[in-house]
Design a protein around this ligand. Structure first.
Ligand code: MG
Length: 256
């Protein structure tokens, strides 16, 4: 009987890591990828569009500090999206309320809902005029496409906006299906949208991987659906449940 010394005979760590990566991603045929802050740099593009909207509507008349409006908008927007992702508020309510509540916080108190509705329309128009992408987005999609994976987008974002985002850099050339929560009436991370995505694309859980930047929607939902997961960590927020974490999109070329 041979007894190996773990100190002398254990393969180096990179060997285990390479094997583990290969094992975890073996058999993958279908890739789903989130859009906002995974491919399309929502945060940067939104910041620009929001400030433009603020000035177009001359909001400085009652709010002298744009940064204060910005912080209040982000707070209300986050809360409304959390409710929307749980299916507790409608899209139309989310879109107007985030502006209306921020306006009220800044002292605007006459017909804020009407102004909020107009500001939301302008904001969405301005939003898709900006095209900053997450570094490596186009190169990764091209690589996955050339490797023979079916690449699909899976997003809670709004119809009519998400398709324009994917036009940036020609990303839509590499996307076979764009699955939106509005198409099935169910948002990530609820299981129904992942099952809907499977129906549309014909994929099976064991051969499917989800790539996304949000642990609570992209990763949690995909894990519950039995898919494998790659978490894109651009903010320093860890996600221990994902099969893999990367800090740059092009690291995914080592996994797939
Ligand atoms: Mg995202």
């Amino acid at each position: 009987m041979l007894i190996y010394s773990t100190t002398l005979c254990a393969p180096p760590l990179y060997y285990f890591t390479a094997l583990q990566h290969h094992y975890l991603m073996t058999g993958i045929k279908t890739v789903f990828i989130d859009i906002d802050n995974t491919l399309w740099h929502f945060t940067r593009n939104s910041d620009i569009a929001l400030e433009e909207t603020f000035h177009i509507f001359h909001c400085e008349r009652w709010c002298h500090d744009y940064e204060y409006f910005h912080r209040r908008y982000e707070l209300h927007n986050l809360r409304m999206w959390q409710l929307y992702n749980q299916g507790l508020v409608a899209k139309a309510v989310l879109m107007v309320k985030r502006f209306e509540l921020a306006l009220r916080d800044c002292g605007h108190n006459s017909d804020s809902m009407h102004l909020a509705n107009d500001m939301n329309t302008t904001y969405l128009e301005r939003l898709v005029m900006h095209h900053e992408l997450v570094p490596g987005a186009v190169e990764l999609l091209k690589y996955l496409h050339e490797q023979g994976y079916q690449v699909n987008a899976l997003s809670n974002g709004f119809k009519g906006v998400q398709d324009k985002k994917l036009q940036a850099g020609g990303m839509n050339r590499y996307i076979t299906h764009m699955i939106l929560s509005e198409d099935c009436g169910i948002t990530k991370p609820r299981l129904g949208i992942y099952r809907y995505a499977q129906q549309v694309t014909g994929c099976t859980p064991s051969t499917t991987v989800m790539i996304g930047d949000d642990p609570s929607t992209d990763i949690a939902g995909a894990l519950a659906a039995g898919w494998r997961t790659i978490y894109l960590n651009l903010t320093g927020t860890p996600c221990s449940t994902a099969h893999h974490t990367v800090t740059h999109l092009l690291e995914i070329k080592q996994l797939l």
